[in-house]
Design a protein around this ligand. Structure first.
Ligand code: G3I
Length: 372
């Protein structure tokens, strides 16, 4: 009898112990809700593919958000801290505070940093384009200012950043125009693009230099970007990669369109990175611009089961494709950390575009992305 109890006890203890010791067993099947991520982070699941990054602000460097970054990601992009208007608000004044904090955090936790960005039509300070009387400056003056800006910023973080988005969004969405009619273009023509890459390369020859844009799966825009990159490469301009921003949605892009973009751009010998990934729960092309300044972080617009399912499927398709092209893809970065805050909330309604929910818990889409 004693022996019977002993054997039964051992069997029960063993079974119980196993169940408790293996809480991760079920997490990948089939995308269970409310499971904590296991010991593995996104970067571990993707260690044989590409680094996984996230765009962050200084507010993310503490508390549960910092823990989530450290446990999941091996690359960081400052969401706004390195943009010209933030880091160089006046001609003779640089504001390093936010960018330094982010780079220090990354170094402390052995996380790589992508710099974003050196030349963009948006978030550029007014002083850059004007003289003291308020008139537009000449091309020579503007290129000299651009050179000074790029040289100073790239030098400061030299050896601490592995890549830079050098020129951002220089191509027009409008089919009637080739280049965006920004002040950069109005004053310099397209020359500012080549110059920006040359200045960045001179300051840090080891940094991988990207041209970065959105709607790169829209055929007409894709073709214009391709033509521009081909020309830059033919002229010997030091561009090393194309950033597909990846502001996508539940019905965009198609698998075919995404594959076509990766194949086309990598045929130029360029690295391809997805630099600003999110999947809006509202359909259509997101583009890259804010259309409303009113933030709606806690409005009633719900994350419905239908959105959840569509988003999961889109994320699964995207990552299936990215893994398939692992030779061409050298990095994938999410634009913001969790649904607690997304830049898309500034478009008039709450969005839920990321892999972590407002409580920083992995969504079903997370498990779809790591289930391969
Ligand atoms: O910092 C000020 C704050 O002091 C002020 O009180 C507040 C009032 O609105 O504005 C704050 O600045 C905002 C800034 O984000 C920081 O939150 C700006 O208004 C707002 O325009 C800015 O938006 C950023 C946007 O770029 C600017 O176009 C988003 O955070 C950022 O996610 C977004 O990122 C871009 C990429 O760099 C390039 N690709 C598209 C992508 C999405 O637009």
């Amino acid at each position: 009898m004693k022996r019977y109890f002993l054997v039964t006890g051992i069997i029960l203890l063993t079974a119980f112990g196993f169940t408790r010791l293996r809480p991760g067993k079920k997490v990948n099947e089939p995308y269970c809700k409310n499971e904590l991520p296991g010991e593995k982070g996104l970067r571990d699941y993707y260690k044989n593919y590409f680094p996984i990054g996230v765009a962050i602000a200084p507010r993310d460097l503490k508390g549960d958000e910092a823990s989530l970054i450290i446990s999941q990601f091996n690359s960081i992009t400052p969401e706004n801290a390195m943009k010209m208007g933030v880091i160089h608000p006046e001609e003779n004044r640089y504001n390093w505070k936010d960018a330094d904090q982010i780079v220090d955090f990354a170094q402390q936790h052995h996380i790589g940093v992508r710099g974003h960005n050196l030349c963009w039509h948006a978030q550029a300070p007014r002083w850059m384009f004007r003289d003291s009387a308020g008139n537009l400056v000449s091309k020579e003056v503007l290129l000299q200012r651009l050179k000074e800006h790029i040289t100073t910023v790239v030098n400061r973080y030299k050896g601490k950043l592995y890549a830079w988005d050098v020129v951002n969004e220089a191509i027009a969405d409008d089919s009637a125009q080739f280049y965006r009619n920004s002040l950069w273009y109005k004053i310099c023509g397209d020359e500012f693009i080549a110059k920006a890459f040359e200045y960045a390369h001179a300051a840090d020859p080891k940094a991988v230099l990207f041209y970065n844009d959105y709607n790169t799966e829209v055929p007409a825009k894709r073709q214009k970007i391709y033509t521009m990159l081909k020309k830059l490469l033919a002229e010997g301009v030091p561009v090393n990669g194309i950033g597909l921003q990846g502001h996508w949605s539940v019905n965009n892009p198609s698998k075919e369109a995404l594959e076509k973009s990766i194949e086309l751009f990598s045929s130029l010998g360029l690295q391809v990175q997805i630099t600003e990934l999110d999947v809006s729960v509202y359909g259509g092309h997101q583009g890259g611009q804010l259309v409303s300044s009113g933030f709606h972080r806690d409005t009633a617009s719900a994350f419905t089961p239908e959105m959840e399912q569509q988003q999961l499927e889109k994320y699964k398709m995207i990552f299936d494709v990215l893994r398939k092209y692992k030779k061409q893809i050298t990095g994938v970065t999410f634009w913001n950390l969790s649904d607690r805050y997304s830049w898309l909330d500034g478009r008039g309604r709450k969005n839920y575009p990321l892999l972590f929910d407002k409580n920083l818990q992995p969504k079903k889409a997370y498990w779809a992305v790591v289930d391969f």
